[in-house]
Design a protein around this ligand. Sequence first.
Ligand code: PXG
Length: 295
Amino acid sequence: MSIQVWIDGEYYPKDQAKVSVFDHGLLYGDGVFEGIRSYHGKVFRLKQHVDRLYASAKAIWLEVPISKAEMSQRIEETVKINKLTDSYIRVLVTRGKGDLGLDPRKCPRPTIVIIADTIQLYPPEFYQKGLDVITAATPISHRENLNPRIKSLNYLGHILAKIEGIQAGVHEVVMLDPAGFVAECSGDNIFVINPPDHKSGGKKILRTPHANAGILKGVTRDAVIELAASGGYDVREELFTRYDLYTADEMFLTGTGAEIISVVKVDGRTIADGKPGPVTLDLLARFRELTKTGG
Ligand code: PXG
């Protein structure tokens, strides 16, 4: 049976699931979205995703026409109706149908779409071998233009960076903020591991760019920060540069799709011994345990 897509209160089979060409989500990328996963029939960190969706909408002056409680219910229902246990869920809220001008006031009602489908993951060997990445020349957008905290339908900057990676024949790209600090990858957040220092009380240090460093504040990132803090690591959210990537003991990426995946090469520099490190593998194992409970 074809998957059923929820659009504004009704289910449509995949090939009939359509929105208008006058929808400002299509015309201008005017809208917000979420990418969520369900594991064993449980939606992972649903509240955090729904909260982020409504915060993104608030930031672009878009009022979601249903409550968070109803949105959460519809998401769970869409997974259930499609008889999916392990799924990837895409939720979109666009400005809605309007005329050909930019003015969002001409769009009387936002469009809501919920798609639950099967997931495509990185192949298992990528987790065993780790990824090869480069730094993209395309920077993250400036926070006073389109704040990277907003999960908006404007992904062109990230896609241009991804194209650089494709052209270079690598798996992912590191994007910098307009000042040159490390921000995030095209669809994942970044972490590095460093040895204990004089302030860490013997603990290994886990560093990730600060939430205002030009990143999407990932739900997986937040889960990993919690796991690491309770697992005896000194977690630091701060600004750092490419130098810190090249000289790290370990580097990994986090995201709803990738979960936790090791990076073993950045701009041709091999990270440590070029194999996924013990902290990365420990956090991945503990993250997978967490997904069994819905997080
Ligand atoms: N940064 C960016 C720019 C993202 O798009 C993340 C970080 C990780 O956030 P979560 O909440 O997932 O831990 C994302 C999320 C894809 C794809 O096809 C990935 C995302 C969005 C859309 C598509 O890989 N990532």
